[in-house]
Design a protein around this ligand. Structure first.
Ligand SMILES: Cc1ncc(COP(=O)(O)O)c(C=O)c1O
Length: 373
């Protein structure tokens, strides 16, 4: 048996007719950029996330970049975030000439540790924004983060790239901080046919600024109030996303069911001690963009699984403070023990909505075989 980490075709085959019809309608209209599909999707995503505004942009990376710009982050400012995330989170900070200030994670959820963040905020001057990342589909511990940031007038920018639909104490990802950032990269729970992203906010002033920044800082065509970016979501992507959004809750429920099944199967196989299963806080609803286990002999197990036809992935093998491009920040190995240990041990298993129970049983059987060799 072969079980891929992700099978995009399984989803596409179910909605092919609908999606191709909408793409054809865009082609027939010959209106490709910022048209009625983008406007419609923005309204729908805002409603879905419980935010007043949603602004379509070219990617999740750009969503973060523009959010930072809208929050007024400039050269010389500092922005705190986790070193255990996809590169874009910190890359966007650095691209603005600002300095990423890393804060270690909670080893159980892999999200930024709010106590460590508070300590860093108290002892570091010049922190303008914080980017908590909702990693793998689970929201960061937002209440203490919002509280300390509010007191210090620091902007809270949620990196919700992996977490559309996730809930924190009943609030949806992207509506908890000041600005939410989403990615529609194909591997995400809501993925388009290329790159795409969205920014959400309740703040009218920030929303207006974001709309301006995505079109070269211009409110009136060819008149530029500030230097922005060319970061527009296109009509073909928005049309695809509008079709998919209708199915998102159903797909998320399937992911959650699959996660629960894995957990049941791992426990039944007696592997609970040998591997660490995902931990979701009781006040969170994870959308399981990834089902991530933790194992000591991770690389060996990954190789073994691959030989048995099971796809897996490591998100992420090298923490951001250890990346070559961030050497100038001066962090040393050992600076963030929880993040560094996670980078050595995490392994994402197939979790997509269409995954079959028999395939999950196979994955668990192969993990068990590895342990019992
Ligand atoms: C946590 C996180 N932040 C940011 C991004 C960037 O999104 P994109 O690839 O759409 O630029 C991604 C996805 O790749 C991500 O997983």
């Amino acid at each position: 048996m072969k079980v891929q980490l992700l099978n995009l075709a399984a989803q596409y085959n179910k909605i092919k007719g609908e999606v191709l019809r909408e793409i054809k309608a865009v082609c027939d209209s010959q209106h490709y950029v910022l048209g009625k599909n983008v406007a419609g999707l923005e309204t729908e995503i805002a409603a879905y996330c419980g935010a007043r505004h949603a602004i379509g942009v070219a990617s999740g990376t750009d969503a973060i970049l523009l959010a930072l710009m809208a929050a007024g982050v400039k050269q010389g400012d500092k922005v705190a975030t986790t070193p255990f995330t996809f590169f874009a989170t910190a890359g966007s900070i650095a691209r603005l000439g600002a300095t990423p200030v890393f804060v270690d994670i909670d080893p159980r959820t892999y999200n930024i540790d709010p106590d460590a963040l508070e300590t860093v905020i108290k002892k570091t001057k010049g922190i303008k924004a914080v980017i908590p990342v909702h990693l793998y589909g689970q929201c960061a511990e937002m209440a203490p983060i919002n509280a300390v940031c509010k007191k210090k007038r620091i902007a809270v920018i949620e990196d919700a790239a992996q977490s559309i639909g996730a809930e924190y104490r009943g609030k949806k990802a992207g509506s908890i901080g000041d600005i939410g950032c989403f990615s529609f990269y194909p591997t995400k729970n809501l993925g388009c046919f290329g790159d795409g992203g969205m920014v959400t906010t309740d703040n009218d002033r920030l929303a207006e600024r974001l709309r301006m920044l995505r079109v070269h800082g211009s409110r009136v065509r060819y008149y530029h109030d500030e230097v922005g970016a060319n970061s527009r979501l296109d009509e073909v992507q928005a049309a695809v996303l509008r079709v998919k959004l209708k199915y998102l809750d159903k797909w998320t429920e399937a992911r959650v069911r699959n996660a629960e099944r894995y957990t049941r199967l791992f426990k039944k196989a007696g592997l609970e001690g040998a591997i660490t299963l995902p931990h979701v806080e009781e006040w969170n609803r994870s959308v399981y963009n990834q089902y991530v286990i933790r194992v000591k002999k991770r690389d060996e197990m990954r190789g073994w699984l691959s030989g048995e036809g099971v796809g897996s992935e490591v998100y992420y093998p090298l923490c951001l403070h250890m990346q070559k491009c961030f050497r100038y920040l001066g962090y040393r190995k050992g600076a963030f023990p929880a993040s560094e240990a996670a980078a050595k041990e995490v392994l994402a298993l197939p979790i997509y909505a269409e995954l079959k129970p028999v395939e999950q049983e196979y994955v668990v059987a192969k993990v068990a075989e590895f342990h019992n060799r």
